[in-house]
Design a protein. Structure first.
Length: 220
């Protein structure tokens, strides 16, 4: 995917007056990074929403600043807890020649037959993976094909993922990424079936002796 861009303009409104800025469809923003002077900016809320929906926090963005274009990642997004309106955005300026460490989201792809039949549920061990790579090589997401899980003993580990030579996974290679566990309904049905196969429990110990004695008394 081609790198997307956003235009940031200098922001002079601060404090409580920022609320009025948001009413005009703008979002307050700031930039940070090694050797980068922290500055206050503003950008169009709708444009940011469209870009953020596509790149998330692990996709490179070209920021068009008054001083020139800089490559950056979305570092943090603050939203209103009810309306989900963007309240503030932090961007992290990066050097394309220097490796960075980031958490990349894990996305499940494909269809799992056990889940489709209602026999199992996905159990995700890592919603994100810790990786190191050059900014341009950092994947936006890591796709895991769940169709290859054909039974409840199959586990996809970190070591099973192939991200190529340009991405180093820092998460422990023996950690579970995803597996399928039996659904609660399936487990309950199996327990009921097992109980039916066992039938009524046999008497043992003193109870068994008492039963035999009662039978003997009846016979006499």
């Amino acid at each position: 995917m081609d790198k997307l861009s956003l235009k940031l303009e200098p922001r002079t409104i601060t404090g409580k007056k920022v609320k009025n800025l948001r009413k005009t469809g703008l979002v307050p923003a700031s930039i940070c990074g090694k050797g980068v002077q922290s500055e206050s900016f503003q950008l169009d809320a709708r444009e940011f929403g469209l870009v953020y929906r596509r790149v998330g926090r692990s996709g490179l963005i070209d920021l068009q600043l008054p001083s020139g274009t800089q490559s950056a990642f979305v570092r943090q997004v603050q939203r209103h807890p009810v309306s989900q309106q963007f309240l503030h955005v932090d961007f992290r300026i990066v050097d394309l020649r220097t490796e960075i460490v980031a958490d990349v989201p894990v996305v499940m792809v494909g269809e799992n037959e056990l889940v489709a039949r209602g026999e199992g549920v996905l159990s995700i061990g890592h919603p994100t993976l810790h990786v190191r790579a050059l900014p341009a090589d950092l994947p936006q997401q890591i796709e895991v094909d769940i169709s290859q899980i054909t039974d409840f003993t199959t586990v996809i580990h970190v070591r099973d993922l192939n991200l190529g030579d340009k991405v180093q996974v820092l998460t422990a290679e023996d950690d579970n990424v995803v597996t399928v566990t039996p659904s609660r309904m399936d487990v309950e049905e199996a327990a009921i079936t097992e109980q039916e196969q066992l039938g009524e429990p046999e008497l043992a110990g003193d109870d068994a002796t008492t039963a035999e004695t009662d039978d003997d008394q009846t016979a006499s």
